[in-house]
Design a protein around this ligand. Structure first.
Ligand SMILES: Cc1cc2nc3c(=O)[nH]c(=O)nc-3n(C[C@H](O)[C@H](O)[C@H](O)COP(=O)(O)OP(=O)(O)OC[C@H]3O[C@@H](n4cnc5c(N)ncnc54)[C@H](O)[C@@H]3O)c2cc1C
Length: 397
C-alpha cells in the first residue's frame, strides 16, 4: 500500500496567509508546494466591516477557492485534524495523511462564544450582531441603520481579535448615518474597549477619541463584557471601578477569538501562547520543531493580528524556510501591523506600528494618521484589488 503523500512545503489553511505564502514560495522557485483548505469559497475579510456599514455586499468579498489557489500549487480540499511534528506528518479529516519537509501552519482563529456566556444566544436576536462572521455582518447594518432612539453599545474585546481596531468602523459609520438622518441626539452611544487604547498608536488613538467625542460617544477603556442576557437586553461588564450592568437597544461585538483546538493536542502550543502556535515572534519558526512555521491569526507573534501584518510575515517565512536549509541568516518580523479605521462614512485613518507601538508608516507623506477621504476610497476600493492581484499572487518582498 502507498504511504502518505509527501510535499516539500505543506501549508495548512488557504486564507490570506496560506495563499500568499504558497504563491510567494512558488515565485521564489519552490517546486512542490501544497495547501490544505476545506472551504470552497475564499473571502477578503476586511470588507466585512463595510458590509456591516452598508457600504459593501458579501458578493464583493467572495471568490471561488479554486480561482485563488496559485498556479502549480496542489490543493487538498480537506481539513487538518492533527499534526505529528516528530513524524513530520499531518492527518486530514478524510483519513488521508501527508508528510512534509517544512510545514507552514496558518488556519486562522475563530470566534470564541464560550468566553462570553449568553453572547451566542444574543447574536440570534435582531438587536445584536457582529461584523466578525459573514452570516451576521449584513444584519449589523440593518439593525444600526434602523435605530432612531435608545442605546447603542459597541464592545471591542482584547482577546486575539483579528485587526481589532476595525471593530470601530461600524460605530463611526453608524454614528455618521445617525447624524445625517437627524437622530444622533436621541441615541446614546457606549463604546466599551477592553484594552487601554482604541488603537496601539498614540496619535491615532487621539484622532479616534476626538472623532468619538464629536459624535458624543461615551468611551470606556479597560472595560470588558463578562456576560449577556438577551431577554433583558443587558450586559454584565467589568470596569476598572468594578462590575456594572449596561442596557442596550442595539449591540455590536468585536468578540474574543481562539485558535483551533487541534493545535494544542498536536503539541504545538505552550502555556504562554494561550492555545496559539508557539513560534519565535521574530523568525516565525516553531520554538521546538524547526521545520514548523507559523503566521497569520493562528500564530502567537506578540503583535496585533491583521492582513496588513501578513505583508511582512509572508516574505519572512518564505525566506526563512530556505535559510533553514542553506544555513543563511534568517529574516526577522518586527511586529508590524495596521489599524485602518473610518471616522465617518467619508474618511478613514490608517495606523501602522510595530510591536512596541512605534509608528511604521508605509509612506511619511501624506500623514496617514489624519483621517482622509482618499484613504477611505483606497481601503474600500483599491485594497481589495491589491489583495486579489498582488498579495494572493505572492507579490510581496
Ligand atoms: C471583520 C474583519 C475585518 C478585518 N479587517 C481588516 C482590515 O481592514 N485590515 C487588515 O489588515 N486586516 C483585517 N482583518 C484581519 C484579516 O482578515 C486577518 O488577519 C487575516 O485574514 C488572517 O489571515 P489567516 O490566513 O491567518 O486567517 P484566515 O484568513 O482566517 O484563513 C484561515 C484559513 O484556514 C482555513 N482552516 C481553518 N481550519 C482549518 C483546518 N483544520 N485545516 C485546513 N484549513 C483550515 C480556513 O478555512 C481559512 O480559509 C479583518 C478580519 C475580520 C474578521
Amino acid at each position: 500500500m502507498a504511504g502518505p503523500r509527501h510535499h516539500d512545503v505543506l501549508v495548512v489553511g488557504g486564507g490570506n496567509a496560506g495563499i500568499s505564502l504558497a504563491a510567494k514560495l512558488r515565485r521564489d522557485g519552490c517546486r512542490d508546494v501544497a495547501v490544505v483548505e476545506p472551504k470552497q469559497v475564499h473571502e477578503y475579510r476586511p470588507l466585512l466591516s463595510y458590509v456591516a456599514s452598508g457600504m459593501a455586499t458579501l458578493d464583493d468579498l467572495r471568490r471561488p477557492q479554486s480561482e485563488v489557489i496559485p498556479r502549480g500549487v496542489r490543493w487538498h480540499s480537506d481539513a487538518v485534524v492533527g499534526i505529528e511534528p516528530e513524524r513530520s506528518l499531518v492527518r486530514l479529516a478524510s483519513g488521508k495523511e501527508l508528510t512534509y519537509t517544512d510545514l507552514a501552519v496558518c488556519p486562522g482563529s475563530r470566534v470564541d462564544w464560550d468566553a462570553i456566556p449568553g453572547a451566542e444566544e444574543a447574536m440570534g436576536t435582531p438587536a445584536a450582531s457582529t461584523s466578525y462572521l459573514p452570516e451576521l455582518a449584513p444584519g449589523t447594518w440593518t439593525r444600526l441603520s434602523s435605530l432612531v432612539a435608545g442605546t447603542a453599545v459597541f464592545a471591542i474585546s482584547d482577546r486575539h481579535v483579528p485587526c481589532a481596531p476595525v471593530g470601530l468602523k461600524p460605530l463611526f459609520t453608524a454614528a455618521d448615518h445617525w447624524r445625517r438622518t437627524g437622530v444622533l441626539d436621541a441615541i446614546t452611544i457606549e463604546l466599551l474597549v477592553a484594552g487601554d487604547r482604541l488603537v496601539d498608536l498614540p496619535r491615532a488613538d487621539d484622532e479616534l477619541r476626538a472623532a468619538a467625542e464629536s459624535y458624543g460617544v461615551h468611551v470606556r477603556t479597560g472595560t470588558s463584557v463578562e456576560s449577556i442576557d438577551a431577554s433583558t437586553r443587558s450586559l454584565r461588564v467589568r470596569t476598572p471601578d468594578g462590575p456594572t450592568e449596561v442596557r442596550y437597544d442595539a449591540l455590536y461585538l468585536a468578540p474574543p477569538h481562539r485558535a483551533p483546538d487541534w493545535l494544542a493536542s498536536s503539541g504545538l502550543t505552550s502555556p504562554a501562547s494561550d492555545g496559539f502556535l508557539a513560534v519565535d515572534p521574530w523568525t516565525l519558526q516553531h520554538r521546538d520543531h524547526p521545520t514548523v512555521w507559523g503566521l497569520g491569526d493562528a500564530a502567537s507573534v506578540d503583535a496585533l493580528p491583521s492582513g496588513g501584518a501578513l505583508r511582512k510575515q509572508v516574505p519572512v517565512v518564505a525566506h526563512n524556510i530556505a535559510a533553514r536549509r542553506t544555513g543563511a541568516t534568517m529574516r526577522r518580523y518586527d511586529g508590524y501591523s495596521i489599524g485602518p479605521v473610518t471616522t465617518s462614512r467619508r474618511r478613514l485613518l490608517l495606523a501602522e506600528f510595530d510591536r512596541d507601538g512605534r509608528p511604521e508608516p508605509t509612506t511619511p507623506v501624506p500623514d496617514l494618521v489624519r483621517p482622509r477621504r482618499s484613504l477611505l476610497l483606497f481601503d474600500r476600493y483599491v485594497e481589495p484589488q491589491v489583495y486579489w492581484h498582488r498579495l494572493l499572487k505572492g507579490k510581496v518582498s
